[in-house]
Write a protein that binds this ligand. Structure first.
Ligand code: ADP
Length: 147
């Protein structure tokens, strides 16, 4: 049976922290689908098409990784894709508290799906999409932080 994981997030934009986490997770699964959550009421900072295109380029050499968008519940998307795992990352205790809540809710509605949480590599622990957006808004060069 193949182990399929969904790596859900906004990825607005995908950072080198997300990519490092994804790379560390690839030996654990047969396939990982990077799933960009589309919020129909909020367009986000970077257009969805641009996010998809950039992430696809960044993972082009990772055979087991696919990139898709979705606009339903993450657990419903897992079922659609035959995925038994949700991959998430935590950088600190604030992230942990947040991820714990989401994982609890997901387990409640979909007990067949297991959340797998990896600890962030310390060198990327301060990098977040929101930090990147803030720097970009103030005209700073963000290229070294994003994929
Ligand atoms: P969301 O919009 O659902 O919070 P993000 O796109 O910000 O999602 O992030 C997706 C996942 O990646 C989350 O689990 C988040 O905690 C994790 N993550 C974000 N930045 C990093 C990082 N620098 N290192 C490891 N994991 C990270």
């Amino acid at each position: 049976m193949s182990r399929i994981a969904i790596f859900p997030g906004s990825f607005d934009p995908m950072t080198i922290g997300h990519l490092a986490l994804l790379k560390r997770a690839t030996p654990l699964f047969d396939k990982i689908i990077v799933a960009i959550g589309v919020n129909t009421e909020k367009s986000g900072f970077y257009p969805i098409d641009q996010r998809v295109e950039r992430i696809r380029k960044a993972v082009a050499d990772m055979q087991q990784v696919e990139v898709e968008t979705y606009s339903c519940l993450t657990t419903d998307f897992c079922h659609q894709k035959g995925a038994g795992y949700i991959l998430r990352g935590v950088r600190d205790s604030v992230d942990f508290a947040y991820e714990q809540k989401i994982a609890d809710i997901n387990r409640l509605i979909a007990p067949d799906i297991e959340t797998v949480i990896l600890l962030a590599d310390q060198q990327y622990a301060t990098i977040s999409s929101s930090m990147v957006r803030e720097l970009a808004a103030f005209g700073k060069d963000i290229n070294k932080y994003i994929v």
